[in-house]
Design a protein around this ligand. Structure first.
Ligand code: S3P
Length: 177
């Protein structure tokens, strides 16, 4: 059986950095849907948004998730912050492995992404308001899409990794969220 671990959560939650460290520690290959899409398209996510629009990017995300079923063995997979918003994607992710929601507050997101120009959705006059709006909309969806929830505010990556390892182990034994 596949033992994939899938990290979901808002932009700036640390999905990619936590995923890479976790994969390194447990010697499991790491995959990232944004990286997959960038390789397929031959351009950065922000350029895809500019050239083809968000809808086209969302279509590519679903294609990326579907392609993950072709991979052999276990992986740590980080997915873009908006990917779980499509119901089809949520169903696929839950089939693919253990879905871990890295939960983060608006304050932390704002701090971490200050000056960032790679997230087209936050290139707004008032990014803080957009972070709050999207977090309110997406929070319940992330919760619904996940098997496990990890609070990440004010925690070091090492602590988060240890918590994921422990909770994934517990979940396999049948304990709940
Ligand atoms: C998005 C999150 C980004 C990227 C794109 C859209 C979103 O990924 O997929 O900019 O809708 O939240 P990260 O969550 O890795 O920043």
């Amino acid at each position: 059986m596949s033992e994939n671990i899938i990290l979901i959560g808002f932009m700036g939650a640390g999905k990619t950095s936590v995923g890479k460290r976790y994969a390194n520690e447990y010697q499991i290959p790491f995959l990232d849907t944004d990286e997959y899409i960038e390789e397929m398209a031959g351009k950065k996510v922000s350029q895809i948004f500019k050239d083809s629009g968000e809808e086209e990017f969302r279509r590519m995300e679903t294609e990326a998730v579907r392609s993950l079923f072709q991979k052999e063995g276990s992986h740590v997979i980080s997915v873009g912050g908006g990917l779980p918003m499509r119901e089809e994607n949520r169903k696929l992710l839950k089939k693919l492995g253990t879905v871990v929601y890295l939960k983060v507050s608006a304050d932390t997101v704002e701090k971490r992404l200050k000056g960032d120009t790679t997230r087209p959705l936050l290139m707004k006059e008032n990014p803080r308001a957009e972070i709050e709006r999207l977090l309110a909309l997406r929070g319940p969806v992330y919760e619904d899409a996940s098997h496990l929830i990890i609070e990440t505010d004010d925690k070091d990556t090492e602590v988060i990794i240890e918590e994921i390892g422990r909770k994934v182990h517990q979940a396999k034994r049948g304990d709940s969220k």
